[in-house]
Design a protein around this ligand. Structure first.
Ligand SMILES: Cc1cc2nc3c(=O)[nH]c(=O)nc-3n(C[C@H](O)[C@H](O)[C@H](O)COP(=O)(O)OP(=O)(O)OC[C@H]3O[C@@H](n4cnc5c(N)ncnc54)[C@H](O)[C@@H]3O)c2cc1C
Length: 380
């Protein structure tokens, strides 16, 4: 079977590694010229990390990740509203690890073995005739494939070329992330401050911590406002917390270059169009509010590999149909949960923020991600 994977990110590399295990040799192309350390970390639930067992690299995750033990939500003054022992969620299904995106990419590349990745390459034209997908690559070369898998992320060009625009839930907030000192908060603790008109979070990783702060985009004028504008706005809007919490004050003071992260998601009604299929964020991207985008990318890629393992070139359309039937409903339910959590987290008004805080004092955050917890115990 001639398989093209467009995008060597989390879904693409997971799929490539699983196909490699089947003795197949997909062509993998990646837009970036090299893999570099992007300024953010990933919290990986067992929902996605379970795939690493079968790829033989779960021990690498344990080595390069940090197990999250506690999750806390504080209010705009720094008062803790709830403190959740993660074992309540993870005892039966396995631990949640935090690691840098780069470390996750590295271990997935290791799982791909000697499979080459064509770096600095994109698809400039794609056309389906009969049972073949014809592609022209950005370097001018051409290819013919039985199936093309679009794993090129939330901004997917393949999606736009073949499927058109999807539905978008835009919170109209932007977050900014950066790596900072690991010593400002207890290790193994995720702490988020759900402000009124702002957000701040600290997420552990080995030897460092990822910080994330957010504001309604209109406050800084633009999703990609210059760092100094963002920094000034954060310092102004988080002033009360900065006065109350030395760790937050220090993390903001030390913030180096910021990674811009507009808070919207994307949903496609279908993932398959003939022999072109969407996988990962290209088909269903997530708000980060429940921390399951990478997990769903990985488990969807593993499910797609499984369906393709039961097909030959002729049966590709059936395999793709089964993949969509198998994953879509659960992924969509997870995305709905992320949207619900987003509506709770990204609150502008003081009155709504007050009401939300009262609720958080009495209702566990895990209740807002109910279907995510449930989906960890469902076949996928
Ligand atoms: C700051 C931040 C924090 C996050 N935190 C978490 C978290 O804690 N937990 C979690 O589960 N998820 C998290 N996510 C989401 C998670 O990163 C994504 O859901 C996941 O990366 C999706 O995997 P993917 O392979 O679909 O897309 P990506 O990982 O984005 O990979 C897409 C790849 O395709 C390449 N590409 C793009 N366009 C083209 C093209 N035209 N041709 C070829 N290649 C192309 C890109 O360079 C990239 O390598 C976070 C995301 C961000 C931005």
């Amino acid at each position: 079977m001639r398989i093209l994977i467009v995008g060597g990110g989390i879904a693409g590399l997971t799929l490539a590694a699983k196909l490699r295990q089947q003795g197949r040799t997909p062509v993998v192309i990646e837009k970036a010229h090299e893999y570099t350390d992007i300024g953010y970390g990933i919290g990986l639930y067992p929902l996605g990390s379970c795939v690493l067992h079968g790829l033989g690299v779960y021990d690498d995750l344990v080595d390069c990740g940090l197990e999250v033990q506690r999750y806390e939500i504080a209010d705009h003054t720094g008062e803790i509203l709830q403190s959740l022992d993660m074992s309540v969620l993870t005892n039966e299904i396995g631990p949640m690890y935090m690691l840098s995106r780069t470390a996750l990419i590295d271990l997935l590349r290791k799982a791909c073995g000697d499979l080459p990745i064509r770096m600095g390459t994109t698809v400039s034209k794609v056309e389906q005739t009969g049972e073949t997908v014809h592609t022209t690559f950005s370097d001018g070369t051409q290819g013919e494939f039985d199936v093309v898998v679009s794993c090129d992320g939330i901004h997917s060009d393949m999606r736009k070329q073949v499927f058109g625009a999807g539905e978008k839930f835009d919170s109209e907030w932007t977050c900014w992330t950066w790596w900072g000192s690991g010593d400002l908060f207890p290790p193994e603790l995720v702490r988020e401050y759900w402000g009124r008109g702002w957000f701040f979070g600290g997420y552990p990783a080995p030897d460092r911590r990822m910080y994330c702060a957010g504001l309604p985009t209109k406050v800084v004028g633009d999703q990609y406002a210059p760092d100094d504008v963002v920094h000034d706005a954060l310092t102004t809007h988080l002033a009360e917390l900065i006065d109350n919490d030395e760790a937050v004050a220090q993390a903001l003071k030390d913030a180096p270059k910021l990674f811009d992260w507009p808070m919207y998601d994307v949903r496609m009604e279908h993932w398959t169009q003939g022999r072109v299929v969407l996988c990962g964020d290209s088909g269903m991207a997530f708000l980060p509010t429940a921390g399951v985008g990478a997990s769903n990318a990985m488990r969807s890629a593993a499910a797609l590999a499984d369906e393709l393992s039961r097909a030959d070139a002729q049966l590709v359309p059936l395999a793709l149909e089964l993949y969509e039937k198998r994953c879509y409903k659960i992924v969509k339910a997870n995305q709905n949960d992320s949207r619900t959590a987003g509506r709770m987290m990204f609150v502008d008004s003081a009155a709504l923020g007050w009401g939300r805080d009262q609720l958080l004092k009495h209702v566990s955050a895990s209740a807002f991600i109910g279907s995510i917890i449930k989906s960890m115990k469902e076949p996928f």
